[in-house]
Every structure is written in structure tokens, then in C-alpha cells.
Design a binder for this molecule. Structure first.
Ligand SMILES: Cc1cc2nc3c(=O)[nH]c(=O)nc-3n(C[C@H](O)[C@H](O)[C@H](O)COP(=O)(O)OP(=O)(O)OC[C@H]3O[C@@H](n4cnc5c(N)ncnc54)[C@H](O)[C@@H]3O)c2cc1C
Length: 398
């Protein structure tokens, strides 16, 4: 089996072979890490991606994602040490830096349950007093009744670079990545048949990590998961007075604020010099293939909400965004991932619904999906991510 280089990735190609140990659909960060773990374990793996790589039509593109130990929910907090370790392993393997440690401030009303969950996940008392907050994040204002926590492990993952690194490592372990090739049909069976726009492949195992397109791929297989794609406005805000704070500052998350019920997060300037990334952790329902079709004049309540937050909490930034880009979340009703087998076809494994917080955990998600596909006991419990928490999703196949 051949491997593909970056230069030949865009060229139309004949399939290298028709039969694999495992096929993975979707080369976003989750599918790429899943394929990497399989190839590392010497499984002959085909990773299929509908778009020519790199692309910006899914959820994994861009320069930056937050990583952190602070997590309001225990299952994720427990996976984070493993995730930090696996990111480091990929950095070593790729010989490149994928993470910048900046620290992370978590702020919100005292007593907020999510904030309290974060405090507990940090293991000891990391509440900042006013002096400490000013030292860590001089531009940030707290308001009456609010507190801030400090997560010293928080930082930025270099997203595009990470995606390239894991795909490259997958190929170096012998994996086959076919981009510009959309999966059109999945025929279940002991050996599955996958038909794409360019070929037909067979494998005894299939893993579906198709992001916002997962629901559409699964419906013909009788599974109707409650996955909601959301269009996210990714906003960048200019410093009123150019300074080092925008580049060297920490990341932050604001939770439990009545004016921003889904939370707000921010990262120091990385994509654009002097522009700080601050986004609302929610968006508007969309079809992943139609996300740019927004009629002119459509109100953007999230941008209005962010402007008001900036004026009140980050007064050193201009209160209207200098750049607005878009990205996709794929949300589940409870915001928790789906990591499970298809209820009827046990050799189809599904990783979906990462609800805007999956990037940092991708090395662990990939490991768990790999283990599930090989019939092994997963190294972390996947019970919180089971499909059975959504009743009535299995219906007759089309
Ligand atoms: C603006 C923004 C900020 C975020 N910030 C953070 C953060 O700070 N920290 C964090 O941890 N997470 C963050 N996230 C979430 C994180 O980026 C996502 O959870 C993660 O990228 C999801 O990866 P994925 O592989 O599931 O999806 P995707 O990256 O969308 O990958 C799915 C892939 O499947 C392909 N595909 C779909 N259908 C087919 C088909 N039929 N045939 C072949 N290929 C197909 C798609 O083209 C796509 O490439 C953020 C997300 C966004 C949008």
C-alpha cells in the first residue's frame, strides 16, 4: 500500500486497494486521530474525506483551540490527563510544537454549578483574589458576586498544524488517506461495503466520524441521532491600544452569566496580530452544506451579546469585531459526546456530537473509538456517551 504526500493529495487517484481492516469516514480531528491509533496498532486503515485537504468546511480548521484541565463534568476531567499525554506524544512524533501553555481563567457567579464543577476538577483551591487576577489577566474585569479560577495547564492547541501532524503520522504508520472522495452509501454486513464518488471498498469494521454530516450518513442505516449542526460566528476583536496582552495573555471561559447562558470563551491573538478571539459558545441551526447562505441583514444576536460582554469585561478591546468567520458545532441535546456502536450493526462505531468542545479530547476520543472497533474494553468508560440515552432513535432503515 502506498502513502500519499501533501503534494499529491489533491490529484485524482485510483483507489490503492479495495479491502481494508478498517475504514474511517471523515478526516476531521476525530477521524484522523482514530485512524492514527488504528494504524499505530498495525491495522490496515483507509481514512476517507469528502473534501480536498486542507479544507475549512467542517469543525476542525483554524489556528487555535483551547485545552484545559478545568471541566464542569467529571467524565471529561478524568480524560484530560490522558489527552495532555497523547498530545505530547504526537508533538514528539511529529517533531513540532502543537500546544502553547498560556493558563486559563474561568469566571462566573460564585456558586454557579458549572464553575463549581470546574473548581473541583482542578483538584485544589485555585480561586484567584483580585490581586492575583490582575497579575494573570490585567485586562479582565470581574463584577460583583463573581469569582475567577486559575487553570495553569490551560493553553492553545494549534489546530490546523495538529490536524496535519496527526494525518501525516497516520500515513507514516502505513495508513491510506483518500481526500476529495465522498462516501455515498454504506452497505452493512459482516464485511461492509462502502461506495464513494471514486470507488468501492470493503472492511469488517467501519468508524463514522463525519461531524455535522453524521446524521445524514446514519439515517439510511435506521439511526436518527439528535445531532444539531450550528453555524458559529468566530469573532476577532482589536485592542484599543496595541500591546502585548493580546498575544501573551491567558485563555478564558465565562460561564453561568445570565446574559450569555451558553458561555463565552477567548484566546490570545494568534490568527491575526493584535486581534483577540472571543466567541459565544453557541450559534444558529444550519445545514452543513448551506452554512454560508445567510440572507443579508439577518440579525446576529450572538455578535450583539459578545459586544456587550466585551464592553463590560474586556474594556481594552474595541466593542465591535474586526473579523467574523464561521465554523460548525454539532450539538447533542445534553452537550455530551456520542461514542458508541450502532445499536443494530455492531461493527459500525460512531463518534459524533462533540458539541463545540471536542478538539482537546481528540487523542482520547480516537483511542476509545479504536478500542471499541477492535472489541476491546475502552480505556475510559464510554457509558456517559451511549446512544441509549436518546430513546426512540432506532427506526426502520430507509
Ligand atoms: C469556532 C469553534 C471553536 C472551537 N473551540 C474549541 C476549543 O476551544 N476547544 C475544543 O476542545 N474544541 C473546540 N471546538 C470544537 C472542535 O473543534 C470540534 O469538536 C471538532 O473539531 C470536531 O471534529 P470532527 O472530526 O468531529 O468534525 P469535522 O472536523 O467536521 O470532521 C468531519 C469530517 O467528515 C467529513 N465528511 C462528512 N461526511 C462525509 C462523507 N460522506 N464522506 C467523506 N467525508 C465526510 C467532513 O468533510 C469533515 O472533514 C471548536 C469548534 C468551533 C467550530
Amino acid at each position: 500500500m502506498g502513502t500519499r504526500t501533501k503534494t499529491d493529495m489533491a490529484a485524482p487517484s485510483q483507489p490503492h486497494q479495495a479491502t481494508y481492516d478498517t475504514i474511517v469516514i471523515g478526516a476531521g480531528i476525530q477521524g484522523s486521530f482514530t485512524a492514527y491509533h488504528l494504524a499505530q496498532r498495525h491495522r490496515d486503515t483507509l481514512l476517507l474525506e469528502q473534501f480536498i485537504l486542507p479544507h475549512s468546511r467542517g469543525s476542525s480548521h483554524g489556528q487555535s483551540r483551547i485545552t484545559r484541565s478545568a471541566y464542569p463534568r467529571v467524565p471529561y476531567a478524568r480524560m484530560m490527563p490522558d489527552s495532555f499525554r497523547l498530545w505530547k506524544q504526537l508533538e514528539d512524533e511529529a517533531g513540532t510544537s502543537l500546544y502553547r501553555r498560556t493558563g486559563l481563567v474561568v469566571l462566573g457567579p460564585a456558586g454557579d454549578p458549572e464553575l463549581e464543577g470546574c473548581r473541583q476538577s482542578l483538584g485544589d483551591n485555585r480561586v484567584l483574589d483580585a490581586v492575583e487576577l490582575a497579575q494573570h489577566f490585567p485586562g479582565l474585569r470581574l463584577h460583583a458576586g463573581e469569582v475567577a479560577l486559575w487553570d495553569s495547564t490551560g493553553g492553545v492547541l494549534f489546530a490546523d498544524r495538529a490536524l496535519w501532524a496527526v494525518q501525516d503520522a497516520f500515513r507514516r504508520h502505513g495508513g491510506t488517506l483518500q481526500d476529495g472522495e465522498q462516501v455515498l452509501h454504506i452497505e452493512p454486513g459482516a464485511v461492509l461495503t462502502i461506495t464513494t464518488t471514486a470507488g468501492v471498498y470493503r472492511a469488517p469494521r467501519l468508524i463514522i466520524t463525519a461531524g455535522a454530516w453524521t446524521r445524514a450518513l446514519l439515517a439510511p442505516l435506521g439511526l436518527h441521532l439528535p445531532l444539531q449542526p450550528l453555524r458559529i460566528d468566530v469573532c476577532y476583536w482589536k485592542e484599543k491600544e496595541p500591546g502585548r496582552a493580546s498575544r501573551a495573555g491567558p485563555c478564558f471561559m465565562a460561564m453561568g452569566l445570565s446574559q450569555a447562558p451558553h458561555g463565552i470563551y477567548g484566546l490570545p491573538a494568534l490568527e491575526y496580530p493584535g486581534l483577540v478571539k472571543v466567541c459565544y459558545h453557541h450559534g444558529s441551526p444550519t445545514d452543513p452544506d448551506e452554512r454560508d447562505r445567510v440572507p443579508p441583514g439577518t440579525p446576529r444576536p450572538d455578535v450583539t451579546l459578545l459586544s456587550s460582554f466585551i464592553s463590560s469585561y474586556l474594556p481594552g478591546l474595541e466593542p465591535s469585531p474586526a473579523v467574523v468567520e464561521t465554523c460548525l458545532y454539532t450539538n447533542t441535546p445534553d452537550g455530551d459526546f456520542i461514542l458508541d456502536r450502532h445499536p443494530k450493526y455492531s461493527n459500525i462505531i460512531i463518534g459524533a456530537g462533540f458539541s463545540g468542545h471536542g478538539f482537546k479530547l481528540a487523542p482520547v476520543v480516537g483511542k476509545l473509538l479504536c478500542e471499541l472497533s477492535l472489541g476491546e474494553e475502552p480505556s475510559h468508560s464510554t457509558a456517559p456517551f451511549a446512544i441509549t440515552r436518546f430513546p426512540g432513535v432506532v427506526r426502520a432503515a430507509l
